[in-house]
Design a protein. Structure first.
Length: 494
């Protein structure tokens, strides 16, 4: 019985939990209920992925209305994998949140914090499940509005400015996306993605369709922080509470990349993309973004901001695969989407453990802490190695497939850019390691008061650290699912 309603339960459970935890008294009860629900949703996401791993496609009709008249949840290997990422990161983050939230957020705001967190999870999961393009916009706004509230809860006053900046740019992005959806509906009379895919080919020559495509691309380029539309991300990740930064960095941009892939290849189709300069434009923006954002990361003096600029560069890597427009390139996109969630989640959680002890993420305040916090320091080292792409880590698998896809297309300059980006990652990861271990301790910190982070912070962090190593050797889930998703759902790509 449950299996027939998996798609709906994954979205409804966190949605119903949000108002429940909002009215609970502040304390640990909201955290406990949110944690239990997150693990329940993760279990359901695992079951869902198992159901589609053999090539099946799940179609769930909401309210008994058959598509395209009613809203359809349509699940295949691609969105089942993304749903697994979002729910899995949430399941790891919520145990971590107990101590981190108690440290960084006033107790009187805890219930509302967890309510907003569950709404954000609802929105992100809803985006992965729905097969209706307007319903996608609704879930996008649920996740965005709750994200603005979560970011604003940061300890520093700059969190309010960062949240406001994200609100303005996010609203512009949502408006662009909605205009594009409106134009599509005006031309086709449908909002169901599969129905759109069938009706659009005969309308390819209409300027309205090209205009709709442009609006949707710009809207989601803002949401996923594709260079040069990334300006909201560094401040948002830097000043948000540590647990919020870890969650959003590992999930939000990944879901946006998935939507890009879905809209470009499943809705508009490969034959439409072939007649537009989309591939070339993406490749140019990605190459410039990878190099410029990696250089920016090298010169940052705040560990969160350093990793934030790194995230913008990593978005460039993901979008490179879409720019290649090949099975291998799109496989690399999905694989890196999964692996980057693991590596950046682990790194931001480890930085959050440092913030828990010293109350700051600025590098001058972290000098010498690696010797006092060896497990946290080791997590940063392994996460950093994965970010660089060292063999034996998940990051290497991502870079390997990207390089193979570039070689297949004979884009030798892009191969050089990928390798150069990895070399720049060595520099800014080393900057973190040097600060934490090789520099003398900051005079303002009493060494006797600094000790290792609590287990409630370390254990979730190390779950993702071990995942970075495990998926560096076992690629059955990541590469296997990605290849199946691309070949079955995008037959026009070669």
């Amino acid at each position: 019985m449950i299996e027939s309603h998996l798609s709906l339960l994954i979205v409804v459970l966190p949605l119903l939990t949000a108002p429940i935890v909002a009215i609970l008294p502040n304390g640990r009860a909201p955290w406990l209920i949110s944690t239990l629900v997150s693990w329940s949703v993760f279990t359901l996401a695992c079951m869902q992925l198992a159901n589609v791993s053999t090539g099946n496609i799940i179609s769930y009709e909401l309210g008994g209305w058959a598509p395209p008249w009613g809203i359809e949840y349509r699940i295949d290997a691609a969105n089942a994998l993304v749903a697994l990422i979002v729910s899995g990161i949430a399941a790891v983050i919520f145990p971590y949140a107990l101590k981190s939230v108690e440290k960084e957020i006033p107790e009187q705001q805890h219930s509302l914090f967890y309510a907003a967190f569950m709404l954000c999870l609802t929105g992100l999961l809803g985006i992965t499940q729905t097969g209706d393009i307007f319903n996608l916009f609704v879930f996008l706004e649920i996740s965005s509005l709750s994200s603005y509230a979560l970011i604003s809860l940061g300890q520093q006053r700059q969190a309010l400015t960062a949240s406001y900046q994200y609100l303005i740019m996010g609203s512009i992005g949502a408006t662009f996306f909605l205009i594009g959806v409106g134009l599509l509906y005006a031309m086709t009379g449908t909002l169901n993605m599969m129905d759109l895919a069938q009706r659009l080919p005969e309308l390819y020559e209409h300027r309205t369709i090209h205009t709709a495509f442009a609006f949707i691309m710009v809207g989601f380029a803002l949401k996923l922080a594709l260079f040069p539309l990334h300006l909201w991300l560094p401040n948002a990740y830097t000043y948000a509470p540590s647990v919020v930064t870890a969650f959003l960095s590992a999930t939000a941009t990944k879901v946006a990349v998935y939507v890009m892939l879905r809209v470009i290849f499943s809705v508009f189709g490969f034959s439409f993309i072939e007649n537009t300069p989309t591939d070339e434009l993406f490749l140019i923006l990605c190459v410039v973004g990878i190099l410029m954002m990696s250089f920016y990361a090298v010169y940052q003096q705040d560990s969160k901001r350093l990793l934030s600029y790194s995230s913008v560069a990593q978005v460039g890597y993901m979008m490179l695969g879409i720019g290649f427009g090949s099975v291998l390139g799109l496989t690399a996109t999905l694989v890196h989407l999964f692996n980057h969630a693991l590596m950046k989640g682990a790194l931001f959680m480890a930085i959050g453990a440092l913030v828990y002890r010293v109350g700051s993420s600025r590098l001058e305040h972290l000098s010498g802490l690696g010797k006092h916090m060896p497990w946290t320091f080791a997590a940063i080292v392994i996460g950093g190695l994965s970010l660089i792409g060292v063999p034996g880590t998940a990051g290497f698998i991502s870079k390997w497939y990207l390089v193979l896809a570039a070689i297949e297309k004979q884009y030798w300059l892009i191969v050089v850019v990928i390798l150069l980006g990895s070399l720049l990652a060595v520099i800014y990861v080393w900057k973190l390691i040097e600060t934490l271990y090789f520099k003398s301790e900051n005079d303002s910190i009493q060494p006797e008061t600094i000790k290792e982070a609590p287990l409630m912070l370390l254990i979730p962090t190390w779950v993702l650290v071990f995942a970075n190593v495990y998926f560096g050797f076992n690629t059955e889930l990541t590469v296997g699912t990605a290849e199946q998703a691309i070949k079955l759902l995008l037959p026009g790509v070669n």
